[in-house]
Design a protein around this ligand. Structure first.
Ligand SMILES: CC(C)(COP(=O)(O)OP(=O)(O)OC[C@H]1O[C@@H](n2cnc3c(N)ncnc32)[C@H](O)[C@@H]1OP(=O)(O)O)[C@@H](O)C(=O)NCCC(=O)NCCS
Length: 163
């Protein structure tokens, strides 16, 4: 993968929204919705873009509150898929969830989205539920997936030393 990841800013919104419309023609978020997500950074949100030769070719976002996090979105430009960009974006979201102390990370994925489901399974997500006819107007089900995060190590300096 030759793309570099960096934080998403308001300046990226036009490009990200254009990509959003191409990736999710049925239920794309509006630019205003994306702007509102960014407005909550870094408090409850973490959004990143993958950039290659000055072009945004992917993006992803995490929502985190208390000890739970949710993958809000993830997408890679069609002609740039299959080279690890999606994996890099998801790794960044999971690293951020870990930094924030999330215990579980949830997401919803269309039941017919095999490539995304394979990516999530590869990263340890397991199916925990189904929301019937969640996506409209197609009526496709949403599969709810969850990944348990490993417990963090205790603070350094509190292990008991043998005499
Ligand atoms: C889901 C999505 C983000 C995956 O992005 P991606 O960049 O293609 O992801 P990766 O490249 O990490 O992995 C995709 C495949 O390429 C393979 N791959 C990754 N790097 C590779 C490499 N260097 N050489 C060969 N294959 C590679 C992976 O093993 C994986 O194979 P699989 O689909 O058979 O399991 C992308 O398909 C997408 O944007 N879909 C449309 C939007 C969407 O549905 N988002 C999810 C909403 S829930």
């Amino acid at each position: 993968m030759s793309a570099a990841l960096r934080g998403m800013t308001e300046d990226d919104l036009t490009a990200v929204h254009a990509l959003e419309q191409a990736l999710f023609p049925e239920d794309a978020w509006s630019e205003q919705m994306l702007r509102e997500e960014l407005a909550d950074q870094p408090r409850t949100r973490h959004y990143v873009v993958a950039e290659e030769a000055g072009e945004i070719i992917g993006y992803a976002g995490l929502a985190a509150a208390a000890d739970q996090a949710d993958v809000q979105t993830i997408g890679v430009k069609e002609d740039r898929r299959g080279s690890g960009v999606g994996a890099a974006l998801l790794t960044e979201l999971l690293d951020e969830a870990s930094r924030r102390g999330s215990v579980q990370v949830f997401l919803e994925v269309r039941a017919d989205n095999d490539s995304a489901r394979r990516l999530y399974e590869r990263f340890g997500f397991v199916r925990v539920g189904l929301r019937r006819r969640y996506y409209q107007p197609s009526g496709v089900d949403a599969v709810v997936m969850c990944r348990e995060m490993r417990p963090k190590r205790g603070p350094v300096g509190f292990t008991r030393e043998e005499a």
